[in-house]
Design a protein around this ligand. Structure first.
Ligand SMILES: NC(=O)c1ccc[n+]([C@@H]2O[C@H](COP(=O)([O-])OP(=O)(O)OC[C@H]3O[C@@H](n4cnc5c(N)ncnc54)[C@H](O)[C@@H]3O)[C@@H](O)[C@H]2O)c1
Length: 350
């Protein structure tokens, strides 16, 4: 099997996860990095023994040995970096959300068609085994017609220190500040939740969203990071299947590291995923259990993660999901939520 050589653009916090995941794959090697801050890329390359440290994006993109690229720069820069990667003809795994604005994600979808290369968005929770089972059950109609959806993503990083103290971490301070390109928890955790909900339950056609920015102790900023991006978002969503759903997202999820919960209710059955309890188990209420209102816990087989899908996609020249099409869909919903929260009105998704 030929080795797939990868380059990473942006060597901040999440790049370490990219590196670790690629290193777990037999026929894959990370051979080059580029960061706008050369001291960061050179430190990263030294830590992981990576041969090429590029001085510019174009230098990395001209490297013929590299066939696939991870884009791990801040959200606001995804478009300007991704469009250059796409036009270079290299396969691309772009961090989430694909872009901030849907005109940009639409343009990327159009460009990847022209350049015909493998394209993916790092909606990393697709690796959760229970999600795939949920997706398949809904698709096969086992739950009947979906009537109601209740989804949550809570992360308490403003109150816990499991991933470090946010007050000392630039990549977390950046998330709190619109001036530094943040669109708040809505775009950050919300992009994951919207992806997984639509993956399982199908398209969202209408949203009403409220967001809230809350005080963080008695300081309103640290250095030049002003704490003005949203911390909590609640989305009321109407799905194409007719169901109504609520999506509850917050970084004030005190006590939780990463709580993703998904309940889908149909007229013939229901499912429940609670990732903090188990990513490999799904609670199902199906068939005769429906009239007895009884759930049974079921084990789910493992599924490949995004990095494995990306590398396999390059090796086999087969386009995996989630691609830029799913990324564009999520950006359209995020953008509509953002508009809804600003205007205090319901917004239809075009
Ligand atoms: N999929 C996930 O679960 C997940 C988890 C965390 C972060 N993310 C995403 O990853 C991206 C990066 O987040 P992070 O926490 O690593 O941020 P970070 O600030 O720690 O790292 C970003 C890096 O990009 C570099 N950079 C900035 N502009 C650049 C440019 N024009 N060219 C090259 N490098 C540039 C910065 O110097 C920095 O090293 C964000 O889009 C974020 O939403 C995704």
């Amino acid at each position: 099997m030929n080795t797939v050589n990868i380059g990473i653009i942006g060597t901040g916090a999440v790049a370490h996860e990219h590196l670790r995941r690629y290193r777990d794959i037999n026929n894959c090697s990370v051979i080059g990095v580029f960061d706008i801050d050369y001291s960061k890329s050179s430190q990263f390359a030294k830590t992981y023994n990576i041969p090429y440290i590029f001085h510019s994006l174009s230098e990395l993109l001209q490297c013929a040995d590299i066939s696939g690229v991870s884009v791990a720069v801040p959200e606001k820069l995804h478009y300007e970096v991704a469009i250059q990667v796409v036009r270079s003809g290299k396969a691309i795994l772009c961090e989430k959300p694909l872009t901030i604005e849907s005109v940009e994600s639409a343009k990327l979808v159009e460009e990847v068609k022209n350049f015909n290369q493998i394209n993916m968005v790092n909606f990393s929770y697709r690796r959760i085994p229970a999600l795939k089972v949920a997706h398949d059950l809904v698709k096969e109609g086992k739950l009947g017609t979906i009537k109601h959806i209740d989804a949550t993503y809570l992360n308490g990083w403003l109150t816990h220190t499991i991933d470090g103290d946010w007050k000392t971490l630039p990549h977390q301070l950046r998330r709190l500040s619109t001036e530094h390109g943040s669109f708040g928890v809505l775009y950050d955790l919300g992009s994951h939740l919207i992806d997984l909900v639509t993956y399982v339950a199908g398209d969202i056609v209408k949203v009403h969203c409220e967001t809230k920015t809350l005080p963080k102790g008695d300081v309103e900023k640290i250095d030049d990071y002003i704490f003005d991006s949203n911390d909590s978002a609640i989305i009321i969503a109407e799905f194409k299947c007719g169901a109504l759903g609520s999506l509850n997202i917050s970084r004030w999820g005190t006590g939780h590291k990463r709580r993703i919960r998904l309940n889908i209710f149909g007229d013939n059955g229901a499912l429940e995923i609670e990732t903090e309890k188990s990513e490999d188990q799904i609670n199902l209420c199906l068939d005769n259990d429906v009239i007895n209102a009884h759930f049974i816990s079921t084990n789910c087989p493992s599924v490949p993660n995004i990095y494995q899908l990306f590398v396999k996609g390059i090796s086999d020249n087969v386009q995996p999901k989630p691609s830029f099409i799913e990324g564009h869909n999520v950006t359209k919903i995020l953008e509509s939520c953002y508009l809804s929260s600003k205007r205090n009105e319901t917004v239809e998704i075009n």
